[in-house]
Design a protein around this ligand. Structure first.
Ligand code: GTP
Ligand code: MG
Length: 337
């Protein structure tokens, strides 16, 4: 997935179907000129339904289609025959989509499960046909209800990614390069800061046909919580991740300090993020020669005594298998599945 097709915010106009008219028919037969009322009911208009689809990862499909209209109910007819129901219209969205009313920004609901279906706009009810109104005092009612009108609404869809693993780190830490090295994604990579402006997602194929999803997000810097850099609103994309990987390059002056700054910025955004399982990924190991790396190891053991950490080079493809194994283990700890 590239920069261009990640869409996480769209406005849609939706319209349900109107209800069909009830019929006002009087039964006539050759030898019975006074048949009773037999007008059937109108069919209900189609609902607009929003459904969770675990195979979707972005709102990209809505980039070109913004209007959704359900079918109208058909009118009732003679012989008490009811009009057909208008066709419901189902809109598939990725899990983690929040649906808001555009008028007041109120959250209507959130889709979190596959195949979860919620009627966001009801179709109009069909009108009752005249046979419903027959009574002892009114044998031949000559009226029927018209159907209810359709409903229209402007909604906003906002996506919080539901990826398994979120990559957090300073700009230039090598997050996008890592995503590229372990998934089929082709994110933009640059030797300048803030190359990534929107999240990228990639699927990591893991042994014997299993997989997990990794989200690469923009870089975060000290003071992001106060609006520095790109700010930190994009951290909403990792709120749903099961685990976080803090990516810190080994050519950093002070790896432990970088880690503390990242933790602190996340805490300012939402301290719940710190409750997630996490690991540290020390990237760009190819920049250190073996001797230096060896020295580093003993240092790191002290710094990250209780924290799982992985030393990798995305460019030389080193340490990636161990990283994937470690992530898989973390993901499969009972609380993360
Ligand atoms: N030597 C070396 N360079 C790397 C490695 N991984 C990434 N880089 C380089 O580091 C620079 C930044 O890489 P990105 O992957 O764009 O970094 P990022 O963390 O996504 O940066 P932002 O999108 O700005 O937050 C690029 O010039 C990469 O080529 C690595 O394993 N070894
Ligand atoms: Mg990047």
């Amino acid at each position: 997935m590239t920069e261009g097709n990640f869409v996480d915010y769209v406005k849609l106009h939706i319209k349900s179907g109107s209800g069909g008219k009830g019929s006002n028919h009087l039964h006539r037969e050759k030898y019975n000129s006074k048949g009773g009322p037999d007008g059937g009911d109108g069919g209900r208009g189609g609902h607009i339904i929003i459904r969770g689809n675990e195979n979707l990862w972005t709102l990209y499909n809505f980039k070109f289609k913004r209007h959704f209209v359900a079918g109208n109910g058909e009118n009732g007819s003679k012989k008490r025959s009811s009009g057909a129901q208008g066709k419901d219209l189902i809109i598939d969205v990725p899990l983690g989509t929040v649906i808001k009313n555009k008028r007041n920004n109120e959250i209507l609901f959130e889709i979190t499960k596959s195949n979860q279906e919620i009627i966001v706009l009801r179709g109009g009810l069909g009108g009752l046909g005249n046979w419903n109104f027959k009574s002892s005092v009114r044998q031949t009612p000559r009226y029927a209800q018209s159907g209810q009108g359709s409903n229209e609404l402007d909604i906003i869809l906002e996506l919080k990614i539901l990826a398994d693993v979120g990559l957090v780190g300073f700009p230039n830490a090598g997050k996008s390069t890592l995503l590229k090295a372990i998934t089929g994604a082709k994110p933009k990579i640059g030797e300048y800061e803030f190359t990534t402006l929107k999240p990228n997602l990639g699927i990591v194929p893991y042994r014997s046909f299993q997989s997990f999803v990794v989200a690469d997000i923009p870089g975060i810097i000290e003071g992001a919580s106060k609006g520095k850099g790109l700010g930190y609103n994009f951290l909403r994309h990792i709120e749903r991740n099961s685990i976080l990987l803090y990516v810190i390059p080994l050519d950093s002056k002070d790896v432990k300090k970088d880690f503390d700054i990242l933790i602190n910025e996340l805490k300012q955004y939402n301290s719940d993020l710190l409750d997630k399982d996490y690991a540290v990924v020390l990237s760009k190991s190819d920049l250190l020669d073996d001797e230096l790396l060896h020295e580093y190891y003993s240092d790191l053991k002290i710094h990250f005594r209780d924290i799982p950490y992985f030393i990798i080079s995305s460019i030389q493809k080193k340490g990636l298998v161990e990283l994937k194994d470690g992530v898989w283990k973390l993901l499969n700890k009972s609380e993360n599945v």
